[in-house]
Design a protein around this ligand. Structure first.
Ligand SMILES: [Zn+2]
Length: 75
């Protein structure tokens, strides 16, 4: 399975990318990132409501170093 990888975030098998996530998780990440850049003080729970992405997935991105978690918000 040389050109495939298991996504760290959803467990789906996907084509290998430079990041350790599949395309749909990358889209989710970019969606979160775009909100965080404009509204850096948005609570994780509100980002979750706005994007439809589960809070646990947002926190998983933070745990893996894609965001810095602080007092309920991420940056
Ligand atoms: Zn994924």
């Amino acid at each position: 399975m040389g050109n495939y990888q298991i996504c760290d975030f959803c467990g789906n098998l996907s084509e290998k990318t430079s990041k350790k996530m599949c395309k749909s998780c990358e889209d989710a990440y970019l969606k979160i990132r775009s909100i965080v850049e404009v509204y850096p003080d948005t609570m994780v729970i509100d980002i979750s409501k706005q994007t439809g992405i589960s809070a646990s997935k947002i926190l998983a991105f933070a745990r893996n170093g894609f965001f810095v978690l602080k007092e309920g918000t991420i940056e």
